[in-house]
Design a protein around this ligand. Structure first.
Ligand SMILES: Nc1ncnc2c1ncn2[C@@H]1O[C@H](COP(=O)(O)OP(=O)(O)OP(=O)(O)O)[C@@H](O)[C@H]1O
Length: 267
């Protein structure tokens, strides 16, 4: 950590929703820090509040109580201090890759030349230089997700929030994009908070893994991933951590090689 106070600081963040059946507590007194240039993964069973937490940090959802600060500023509205990547790329279909990235830069009030320079740089960074003038329908799923990552990075916020960014991709492509994301992260001092259902993805990427549990949504444990990068998924230390996390999630590891690595809702 390069400074005494964390870049992101959540204290006692709670959020309830009103349902027909009464009030439902999606987040209960969440305390969480994210340091500069840290990657933290949020895992936990479906409905434990991971997306709600991310949305609150993004300013898309107001907590009922508690504080969320980024670089000391309290988050009170959307788009302050962080950028978001969703599972579906959410690119506008009538704009090219370049158009989508430039549009995200419009609120920053940059001169047009700077806006197009930034868009070009970040599109190149994610390996899409040759597709800057392509429309989303002309891209594969992985390429579209890369474009969404370029759009989030181009805003140059210090925090990027990712909600299952690779969840819709096949496992080979997912592994490749995880690797690419780490390379980008190593070159840019961005901090990443990523929600995933994939325990391997969490171990591969994160410095710390926050395990959440539902009813009400709370932090069950925080596990530091003390493995040097690049991490080898087949190493004993990696498997040991996977077993420990599965245990923390109350999912028994299977005995054979076919260890589950995704968390499906428990029926
Ligand atoms: N706007 C809303 N109105 C009512 N209930 C909501 C709302 N948003 C979320 N919830 C409820 O809050 C709980 C937590 O939802 P959330 O999407 O944050 O969980 P999650 O851990 O991200 O789940 P998943 O892994 O399935 O995406 C769920 O029970 C959900 O139904």
């Amino acid at each position: 950590m390069s400074s005494a106070s964390p870049l992101l600081r959540l204290r006692a963040v709670s959020k309830s929703f009103t349902l027909d059946t009464g009030r439902f507590r999606a987040l209960d007194e969440i305390d969480l820090d994210l340091a500069e240039h840290e990657i933290v993964a949020l895992i936990g069973p479906s409905g434990c509040g991971k997306s709600t937490l991310l949305r609150a940090i993004a300013g898309l959802e107001r907590p009922d109580s508690g504080t969320i600060r980024i670089a000391g500023h309290e988050i009170t509205r959307a788009g302050q201090e962080s950028a978001m990547v969703f599972q579906d790329h959410r690119l506008l279909p009538w704009l090219t890759v370049r158009g989508n990235v430039e549009l995200a830069l419009e609120p920053l009030g940059l001169p047009a030349a700077e806006r197009s320079r930034r868009a070009r740089d970040y599109i190149a960074l994610v390996g899409l230089a040759d597709f800057a003038e392509s429309f989303p329908r002309q891209l594969s799923g992985g390429m579209a997700q890369r474009a969404a990552i370029a759009r989030a990075l181009a805003v140059e916020t210090r925090i990027v929030l990712m909600d299952e960014p690779f969840g819709a991709l096949d496992s080979l492509l997912r592994a490749r994009l995880q690797e690419e994301l780490l390379k980008i992260w190593q070159r840019h001092r961005v901090s990443i908070l990523i929600v995933t259902h994939d325990i391997e993805e969490a171990i591969y990427l994160a410095d710390r893994i926050v395990v959440m549990q539902p009813d009400p949504g709370h932090i069950h444990e925080v596990v530091t991933v003390d493995l040097p990068r690049p991490r080898l998924r087949e190493s004993a230390a990696f498997s040991a951590l996977r077993g420990r996390l599965l245990h923390g999630l109350s999912v028994e590891p299977e005995p054979a090689e076919h260890l589950p690595t995704t968390l499906e809702p428990v029926a």
